[in-house]
Design a protein around this ligand. Sequence first.
Ligand SMILES: Nc1ncnc2c1ncn2[C@@H]1O[C@H](COP(=O)(O)OP(=O)(O)O)[C@@H](O)[C@H]1O
Ligand SMILES: [Mg+2]
Length: 344
Amino acid sequence: MGPALPFSIDQVVVGRSARMRAVFDYVRVVADSDSSILITGETGTGKELIANLLHQASHRRSRPFVPVSCAIFAETLIESELFGHERGAFTGAIKDRPGRFEMAEGGTLFLDDVDDVPMSVQVKLLRVLQNRVIERVGGLRQIPIDVRTITGTKRDLRQLVGEGKFREDLYYRLNVIPITLPPLRERREDIPLLAEHFLKRFYQRRDQPARPLSSGVLQAFMRYPWPGNVRELENACERIAQTCTCDTVKIGCVPVSVLFHHTAEMTEPVIETHSHPSSVSLEERLRDVEQGLITWALKVAGGNKSKAAELLQIKRSTLGDRIKKLGLPDAGGEDAAGRIAGAD
Ligand SMILES: Nc1ncnc2c1ncn2[C@@H]1O[C@H](COP(=O)(O)OP(=O)(O)O)[C@@H](O)[C@H]1O
Ligand SMILES: [Mg+2]
């Protein structure tokens, strides 16, 4: 166990899974050294949050924490973002501008998406990290820097090195202390905790008491693969807080994308077309397509018309009209508020 942090870790970061607890313990141990840290994790897993935590727990905490994404593909722009530029260095450089390294002086620079840095800039980055001096684009002055660097990557840098897409020497320079953040789907026990944390925060901002999730919603959250990780869960909670005023958050209050993630049944139905028709009735064919899609949407939505309408990107009233016009059986299993009976 490392030194006590100047704040409680669980006020800011949430996680009770063994893997996240191991990360928090490790953060305490390595925070106060000046070694380079490489954080690997998919987008939205909390790389920037952990980098910030490392900064707050270090002796540099009274100096700036400067995050910067390297996912800028134009070479001059990324160089100018990192190292700054002098007036006239390129078209549009109308005045001298310091880069992120200079802004982070005395503090911590978080270089996110380092896997996107082009080879040509990688050489310059390595030189800066080795010599602790920068040169602004178009400048001659050598500016000494005292900055701790933490890097973030969504791809396995070791593998990129193997593929010849990332410089090996830079990789070793960055990866003194590795931290890996698991995707949310590999630590599902954190989902209820995180959801509660975010809902509390978003309802608080609206001056409203937080609402608990119904067991149906919790199940849906636990099943969903969260490809956008914690960020996506956070966004889902924000949307819920904007719209849900029920006592408990019900299935009907949850963004449709979370409930019906891409599974086999989510795939649009194949609607038969006859390959060599003698003539075609456009009206009839369109009606078949419409009927097929509506039946599919109702099935996927478990009979919930509001959700089916959302899947089809039409208004609920429009869906009702079309069901009537096509003479489809009215989907049952829904109560007056448009919720799936028994789903909550
Ligand atoms: N363990 C966690 N506890 C609380 N909030 C988290 C946690 N992990 C991520 N977040 C939040 O999720 C969002 C995405 O995290 P971020 O650090 O930007 O991810 P990344 O840099 O990996 O894309 C941020 O708003 C962050 O505060
Ligand atoms: Mg990030």
